[in-house]
Every structure is written in structure tokens, then in C-alpha cells.
Design a binder for this molecule. Sequence first.
Ligand code: PEP
Ligand code: MG
Length: 568
Amino acid sequence: MLKGIATSSGIAIGKVYKLEQPEIVINEAQGDPEKELKVFEDALSKTISDIEAIKERASATLAEEELAIFDAHLMMAQDPEYSNQIADMIKGGATADHATKQVSDMMIGMFEAMDNEYFKERAADIKDVSFRLLCNILGQTIPDLTAIDEEVVIVAEEMTPSDTAQLNKKYALGFVTEIGGKTSHAAIMAVSLGIPAVVGCTGIMAGCKHGDKIILDAKEGTVIINPTEEELKEYTERRDAFLKEKEALQVLKDKPSITLDGHQVELVSNIGSPKDMDGVLENGAEGVGLYRTEFLYMESTDDFPSEDAQFEAYKVVLERAQGHRVVVRTLDIGGDKKLPYFEFDPEMNPFLGYRAIRLCLDRKDIFKTQVRALLRASVYGKLAIMFPMIATINEFRNAKQFVLETKEELKKEGVAVSDEIEIGMMVEIPASAVLADEFAKYADFFSIGTNDLIQYSMAADRMSEKVAYLYQPLNPSILRLIKMTIDGAHSQGRWCGMCGEMGGDPMAAPVLLGLGLDEFSMSSSRILPTRRIITSLNKKQMEELAAKALKCQTEEEVTELVNEALKA
Ligand code: PEP
Ligand code: MG
């Protein structure tokens, strides 16, 4: 048995398809510039047509949004800045392969060094495109995963974004990779595709051959090659139980989220881009509780996204939400989220610095583009606008006033804008939680951002492993802040949601229900398991549980109370 990193859930049992990528050997000798330039240019055109062909083949099984990765790769391959740098090195005497490797590695290193998931993904894209380009320079062939036409478990050194995008879910039962961590591209894709996968499984490439029988358990992170009859029987039973459970959850897909004693809450999704709407619909979410628009800004490499580009993205999300509410959060940049085309002045504590609504209220030109795009899109669905990092009443009032003025401006231009847009705020700074009853006089709703609320309350950087123990969602101090926020909203007849990670935490659901939370926003994959918990609880009993939890001293005591409640 081999051990790797568990990524998701599910068990796959099947035949090994070993993905053997060609080995790249770089020639570092002096090259003939004219000849090498021709090799590079031919390889680059072949790379572009290869990606176009893969996209064409993959379009038979993938949705439009999933195909977007190939557009990103095409853009990368056609980026003159990239090819010019390589060409310059070749003109200086490097071989085509050496120059390509050097320039690509430099760019990959730059993106990987950024402490941000989005840029790490961009690094994976460059790796992917440059690998294809190098293979074409060296005359090597990359295996074609779209050609697989039988059920297999893919075993690979590493899965690139284009490998995963080529997987046909009908035949790919799961995959195992030799390298990669929990946040590697392959692991993230496995979760979003709903395919069982184990990554970082050292020894798997040497330990199996094409056609071997293989079992992988994505929850435990274990892999068995050529299992015994007994193992096969045990895992087949476990797989069938898992599939049955998954099917049982599907029954809840179109059901409302109502407790045993008839109290209804809303379970909605957190999304980062229009393509995440697939997951929203597949998992029966009742709308979007947080659309993090900063990814739209991070995707753009040379300038802020235009009003039209933003309008298109918001319109798609609103239309696909089929009349459900979509809460769009205005730009939350700064802190750990940087932009390649915008220079932030260095600060000692960027998390406490010039970011989010602070930046938007200071740079109204940037804010205006987004607000106009949002208002224009508002007629395509049920839009709610939410401001991040609100600390004072004046910040909220100024931001809201700016939206209302922009609306008038658009109307004067003859542009249609919905009259039913809710304008609310994130409660993620303790000051706004404490003053929630006053904020509720102006805000139509609150959404509690526990990721930041906990970091600021505990004074514990959410990126730091060393102080990760202070991330204590069930600490009574955090619960009291949450209670103040919910009560504050209700005192003015407003609704209160939660879109931090705690909103989808099964251990928190009973307490949050008891505290009166109206809307729970989470990653789409958490919707159905959370609906099962909510529909099995009694609101009145959870109110008693919450009252006890608020009187506890430690998170451990609250955890114990919740465990008892869930067992009952
Ligand atoms: C939060 O702070 O809880 C939140 C949802 O926002 P983000 O994680 O994007 O900071
Ligand atoms: Mg936040």
C-alpha cells in the first residue's frame, strides 16, 4: 500500500493508465541564431495549433467555462512579451530549447513566489504551455488523453492543467500523481471535477505498470496496486456505500433547507468566477452569497478590467442564477491579494492597510468602473452589492451614496438599472460587529466574513501556520461577535448571512442555526452535506445549544456541546 495526500472523497477501482511524459533534455551549447529562431517559431506555431486541436476535441465533453483554460493557454503562447524574450535570448546565441526553458522558468518562479493561489495557478499554466513548446522544439510527442476510450485510473508524475482538462469523466475513474500537494492544481481540479484522486504519492510511478489493477481511496490518501481478493472485496463495498451516500445527498438537491421544526434558511455558494456557476447549479445552491470579484482583476495582466468586460462577467452570473439572489462583493484587493499592474506602496501590515473599500473610496475612478458594470448588469437578475472591510458607519454611507449617485448618472444616460438592488456589507472587522445594530440602519444586509473576523479578533495572521491554532471559529468570543451581528441585523428587520469558511463548517452549523443566521454561504461542494445537517436539526434545540455555547469559556467546551447535539 502506498500513501499520498488525500484530496477529496470517493474510491476508484480500475486499470492503470500510465501517463508517461517525454523526458526533456536541454542543449545548453551555443546555437546558430538563424536556425534556432526558425526551430522556435515553427514549434511555437505547432504549439498554438496543438492547443487549438485539444480544445476542439475536449469541447465534446467539457462545458464552455471549462474550456476557458485552453484560451488562457493560447493567450500565453501568443503573448509577444513571452516570445520576444525567448527570441532575444536565441539571438544572443542560446539554443531554442535552452532559451525557452530559461525564460519560462523565470516566469514560473516569479508567479510561484507570490503567496496567492491565483498566481500559483498562472505558474501552472506557464509550466504547461512551455512543456508543450519544449516538446515541439525537441520533436517529442505528448500523450493524448482525449483518446482514452475505456475505464481507467490515470497514474502520472504530475497532472498539468491541460491534462486534467482533457479528462473525460466517463472513462477517468480517478488519478494518482507522484508529486503535488493539497493545493496543487491537480488536487483542486479533482475536487471540482468530482473525481477521486491521490496526489503526492511517492513511489507510484516506479510501483506500477500500464494495465495493473489499482485501488485508490481519495479520502484516506491510500493506493493499492494489484490488490488481493480480500482487499478488492472490502474496497468495492466501501465504494458502493460511498456512491449510495452520494446519491442520497442528491435527493436533497432541489429541496428547501428547512429544520425539523419548520425554520427555513438559505444555503448559497461562494464563487470566484462565472465558471463556478456550474457547481452552484449542480449542487442545488439557492443563489450566490459571495462573488469574490478580485479574481476578475487578478486575471487581467496589464490593466484593470474594462467596464464592458466586468459587465459581461456579472451578467453571466446573474443570468445563470435563475432568479436567485447574487451577492457581488466589490473589489477586495490588498492584503495578500496583489495586482500585476497596480503598485501598492509598501506597508508594515498590509492586512491592516490600504485595501478593499479603503482603496475604492480613495480611488473612485477604479471603483466607478466596477459600480457602473454592476448596475448595468443588475437588470439581468437579482443583484445585491456588498462592500468588503467596512469599519465605520461613514465608510458604508459613503460607499452606498457613491452607488446611488452612479445609478442616477446611468439613468440620465438612458441606461436601465434595477430598482431592487440590495446594498449590504461584510462584517469582518470586530468594530463593525460590535456596532452592528447601528450599521443595520443603513445596510440592507450583513454577511459575516469569519476568515478575517477571526484573524482580526484573535490578532492572528490567517496566512501564518505558526499561529493557525488561534483560528477558532467556535471560540465563545467569536460566537458572541456573531450573535451581536445577527441580533443587530434583526433589530432593524435585516437579514444576516455568513460567507467565511465557517459558513460551510459542519461543526458550526448547529450553533449558527441556533444564533439565528439566515443565510449560509460556502463552497458549492459543501451545500448538500450542510443541507443534510440543517434538515436533521431542530431550531429550538439549537437555540438552547447556542445559549449554552455563548456561556462557555473555551472552544473545546463548545466543540463538546456540538458533538453531543449532533449525536442526539
Ligand atoms: C472572509 O474574510 O471571511 C471572507 C469571506 O473574505 P476573504 O476570505 O475573501 O477575505
Ligand atoms: Mg475577508
